[in-house]
Write a protein that binds this ligand. Structure first.
Ligand code: ATP
Length: 328
């Protein structure tokens, strides 16, 4: 494979996710394989602005495939949102001889990459790293599968205590705009109800459903609520509403929070990260720029980065139906 690219910078940006480390490892090793220098950029765009770089060779990424978080650290950089900040970042990239960037992050990070590329002509390639799976152009983002496993494991534990005390638990999971985590983990953990931003169940239907559930002989219940669900103003509001309307229920709330972003990446995320890193570097070598690497029907694919940023992800309607049937 012939290429004019001699040096690639890799960074992680925005919220961290399990799978970022295996992706860094893959980018670094693919560069080493093709005799391209690889520069690790610390703390996302802020590190690019400050010149916080470290050269990475194949051995620098030993023993990170199983680690959550990101060895390069992540950050949200306000300065990069300004033209002056991006100019500093570009000057540093030129000084360092960086020909192209691999940005591992979410849609905000890709927006930054797109603007940077438009302004200065730097080649950029995105790798979707976010637990929410809310990026268009890929069936799965890095960290999503690990987060699902984390949530299912947590709900399994909550179910033990729920059934011992005949309680109803509202479990809030991440997902401000999309309900992928809630829907999939909810089905996987056998939740009685799943509340997602895409569908407003309505408080009355929730009460009706819980009443039916109790009448059918269930003594404990789990309701999975995505952060962005609109049924109540928040999960505590739902708890109060249910307690007022169904006094027979003893209700508890568990907000899983940031633990969903941590942990050792699942095998799926490790393999996906390895494949995405290879695809990102080799696509840059082929002269491609302004794309995001994705997986579609188990094949690596490229999605124009502007489409990845602007496009929506859709909830699997069939899974919603499965969920309804399973709660019979
Ligand atoms: P997550 O999905 O976890 O929120 P993200 O990549 O969407 O990840 P953001 O905080 O939205 O996270 O973006 C990360 C960084 O990308 C920002 O801190 C900023 O430096 C850069 N960025 C985002 N939007 C822009 C923009 N419009 N112009 C320039 N830079 C941007």
């Amino acid at each position: 494979m012939s290429t004019t690219i001699k040096k690639i910078g890799v960074m992680t940006s925005g919220g961290d996710s399990p799978g970022m480390n295996p992706a860094i490892r893959s980018v670094v090793r693919t560069c080493a394989y093709h005799n391209i220098e690889c520069v690790g950029i610390y703390r996302g765009y802020q590190g690019l602005i400050e010149g916080d770089f470290k050269y990475l060779d194949a051995r620098s990424v030993n023993n990170i495939i199983n680690k959550g978080g990101t060895i390069l650290k992540s950050a949200r950089s306000q300065e990069f949102r300004t033209k002056e900040g991006r100019q500093k970042a570009y000057d540093n990239a030129v000084k360092e001889g960086i020909d192209a960037l691999v940005v591992i992050g979410g849609d905000g990070s890709f927006t930054g990459a797109m603007i940077f590329s438009d302004e200065f002509g730097v080649s950029v390639m995105g790798i979707p790293g976010t637990i929410d799976n809310d990026i268009h152009g890929t069936d799965s983002t890095l960290g999503y599968d690990t987060a699902l496993n984390t949530v299912v494991e947590a709900i399994d534990k909550i179910r033990d205590t729920a059934s011992s005390h005949n309680r109803l638990f509202f479990v809030e999971v991440m997902g401000r705009d999309v309900g992928h985590i809630a829907l999939n983990a909810g089905v996987g953990a056998g939740a009685e109800e799943i509340l997602i931003p895409e569908e407003n169940l309505g408080k009355d239907r929730l009460i009706e459903s819980l009443r039916r559930s109790r009448q059918s002989g269930k003594s404990s219940s789990i309701v999975v609520v995505a952060e962005g669900d609109k049924t109540g103003s928040n999960v505590f509001d739902l708890k109060n509403y249910v307690e007022e309307n169904l006094p027979e229920y003893e209700v508890r709330v568990s907000v899983l929070g940031h633990m969903q972003r941590g942990g050792s990446p699942s095998c799926w995320d490790r393999v996906l990260a390895s494949r995405m890193g290879v695809k990102a570097v080799e696509s840059l070598m082929e002269g491609k720029t302004n794309y995001m690497v994705g997986i579609k029907e188990n094949k690596m694919s490229l999605c124009p980065i502007d489409k990845a940023v602007k496009g929506k992800t859709e909830i699997d309607m069939e899974l919603l139906r499965v969920s309804d049937i399973m709660t019979t």
